[in-house]
Design a binder for this molecule. Structure first.
Ligand SMILES: NC(=O)c1ccc[n+]([C@@H]2O[C@H](COP(=O)([O-])OP(=O)(O)OC[C@H]3O[C@@H](n4cnc5c(N)ncnc54)[C@H](OP(=O)(O)O)[C@@H]3O)[C@@H](O)[C@H]2O)c1
Length: 252
């Protein structure tokens, strides 16, 4: 498949705009799932495990299908970057979804998330396979190495924090408790902080507009959510740790 450069630029700008739109539109209320779910009018819901599996799957499947289309054989570094993206979505699709103890998901939110994952999976996969020009020297570049280290540090924080949250509930429970341990000692949105570090690391490692657009989208989507989670904890728990911040340790 040839590189559709204009499409790549359009989709990247589109993703940045969706992120900005979300940031502005959801200043007062967050996307309606989890603790921010609007209960009235009642929405049609899907069990959390099925919803996470279905909505995240396209971001794994589409890049994998794109590897079957003709593309120039390339450096190991390029495949490592694609593998890095797919590893995240493999874990989200097959591990996170299987383990989650979250509330059922509104159908509309699941469909929107699935659409976004399809778009983003195509954008990142097509760009890396058909457009990016990574030679072997890129694998030695400090941006590539630093970016990958950031990505995997972020991923470790994200997985560890999601694990802490999951362990707060017994099977069948839907209550909220104060998370402790790991980066939750410093911020209420430790899992979100990990995810944001991951995608900015990926943007540095690929040094590309598509990856930057997804990092900016993630920041606009889950950054405010971390703030609203923080406010929720402060309102709900009188003994909530005073020094804990929302997203950035000691700062915000
Ligand atoms: N890249 C992106 O743009 C993006 C966007 C969205 C999500 N994500 C990632 O997807 C993952 C899940 O996101 P999310 O928004 O669902 O995260 P979340 O609101 O922190 O919830 C994660 C899970 O833990 C449960 N939980 C959270 N706080 C809890 C507490 N205090 N006590 C007991 N259970 C608690 C939630 O249950 P409930 O569902 O019942 O609240 C949910 O099952 C995260 O790793 C996030 O980084 C990424």
């Amino acid at each position: 498949m040839r590189c559709h450069g204009d499409l790549v630029n359009c989709l990247s700008c589109g993703i940045i705009l969706i992120g900005l739109w979300h940031f502005v539109h959801h200043r007062k209320t967050q996307t309606s799932y989890g603790r921010h779910m609007v209960v009235s009018p009642p929405a049609r819901t899907v069990p959390a495990r099925l919803a996470w599996f279905l909505q995240e799957m396209p971001a794994l499947l589409i890049p994998l299908l794109l590897t079957l289309t003709p593309h120039k054989p390339s450096s190991v570094g390029k495949y490592l970057l694609l593998g890095t993206f797919c590893t995240h979505y493999f874990l989200r699709t097959f591990v996170y979804s299987l383990l989650t103890r979250g509330k059922p998901f509104p159908l509309g939110v699941m469909v929107a998330a699935g659409f976004f994952c399809s778009l983003n999976g195509f954008l990142q996969g097509h760009y890396l396979l058909h457009c990016a020009q990574f030679d072997d020297e890129w694998s030695a570049d400090y941006r590539y190495k630093t970016g990958l280290v950031l990505f995997y540090v972020g991923m470790a924080i994200n997985i560890h924090s999601d694990h802490i949250l999951r362990k707060l509930r017994k099977p069948g429970e839907v209550i909220y408790k104060i998370p402790t341990g790991g980066l939750f000692e410093y911020v209420s949105g430790a899992n979100y902080l990990g995810e944001i570090v991951e995608w900015f690391g990926f943007a540095v490692a690929t040094w590309s507009l598509p990856a930057l657009s997804f990092a900016l989208f993630s920041l606009s989507f889950i950054g405010p959510r971390a703030y609203y989670h923080h406010r929720f904890y402060q309102e709900k728990f009188k003994d909530y740790p005073k020094l804990r911040k929302a997203l950035i340790p000691f700062i915000f």
